[in-house]
Design a binder for this molecule. Structure first.
Ligand SMILES: [Mn+2]
Length: 325
């Protein structure tokens, strides 16, 4: 195997570091946190001084991840080496951005095509399904380190998160080879899948129920619209990640092409999520409302009364729906 020159440099700088800070993006998901903790544990096993900085609490669906003793919030120090991980935009480090800029050596590893991070050494592999895949190679091939059960559990969590449990098109033969290697460490993988994908909080179940109750279908069932008002949730301890995926309740209904989900904030403004299945480019619709995204997933913000916002969106969506299909 020919080693990548940039990733070799990343490994060299980590090996020479006096101390290291690992920085995942805000609202760290299973890949960002799993990859960060896996690398931190491997570096600690190589007698490196390493911290992982987070500004939020570890989300409850990732509370099983080992290595959390290495997480710090805002230590009063600067670091020799900083590593940005699974993050394509340095402003998404939030309050921790100064730790990156303040380090003597800035490193970055990521798999997002849109990455625009400036670092001394920035390694981006857009073919990697997850940053966890890159960290697997970094530890074993480039750092000359080794895995153990805890590290394997972190990497497995990272990879299943970003592949939807080896279901998305980013899953490659290499992804499954790495998955197979990780299973040799006797990790409790059904538990990981259950925690990451299946288990829901009471709040989330209530939000799913409200979303289903609000669901309306237009255009012979091709357009699904659902919403949650502030009145519905003001008494609940709802967190941002509780709203994740609610738009898919409409999208996954048989016959639906476009799903619109609206969520009202305390000021009475709406956050809109759009999803499509086959042919409607929802990014074009979102752009009309000063939002954006991808062909099959986009978002926007809108002020106004709920029914007015629904009518405006319906007017924008119907011509796109009727174009084909
Ligand atoms: Mn990722």
């Amino acid at each position: 195997m020919i080693k990548d020159a940039t990733l070799s440099k990343v490994a060299e700088k980590l090996r020479e570091a006096r101390d290291i800070v690992i920085l995942p993006h805000i609202n760290a998901d299973g890949d960002a946190l799993g990859a960060a903790l896996a690398l931190a544990l491997a570096l600690r096993n190589m007698d490196k001084e390493v911290d992982v900085l987070l500004e939020e609490e570890v989300p409850s669906n990732l509370d099983f991840l080992p290595g959390q003793e290495l997480i710090k919030k805002n230590p009063q120090k600067s670091y020799h080496v900083a590593l940005n991980i699974d993050n394509g935009d340095i402003t998404r480090l939030g309050l921790r951005e100064p730790y990156f800029h303040g380090a003597d050596i800035k490193l970055s590893i990521d798999h997002h095509a849109t990455n625009k991070v400036e670092a001394h050494y920035s390694y981006i592999d857009i073919k990697a399904s997850a940053t966890g895949e890159i960290v697997y190679d970094l530890i074993l091939t480039y750092l000359g380190g080794s895995l153990n059960k805890d590290i394997a559990l972190c990497l497995y969590t990272a990879i299943v998160t970003d592949t939807g449990g080896f279901r998305y098109t980013n899953t490659t033969p290499r992804t499954l080879e790495i998955g197979a290697e990780l299973l040799k460490y006797d990790i409790d993988f059904p538990y990981v899948i259950k925690k990451v994908f299946d288990m829901v909080s009471h709040t989330k179940l209530f939000l799913m129920k409200q979303t289903m109750n609000s669901l309306r279908l237009l255009e012979q069932g091709k357009l699904a619209i659902s919403y949650i008002t502030y009145e519905d949730i003001k008494a609940l301890p709802a967190k941002n990640d509780d709203f994740e995926g609610l738009v898919n309740i409409g999208r996954n209904l048989m016959g639906v092409e476009v799903s619109l989900f609206l969520r009202e904030d305390p000021k009475g403004h709406f956050r809109g999520n759009l999803r499509s299945n086959n042919y409607v480019d929802v990014s074009k619709i979102a752009e009309k409302f000063n939002g954006g995204g991808h062909k099959r997933a986009a978002g926007f913000n809108r002020e106004g009364e709920l029914e007015d916002v629904i009518a405006q969106l319906t007017d924008a969506i119907l011509p796109e729906l009727r174009r084909e299909g």
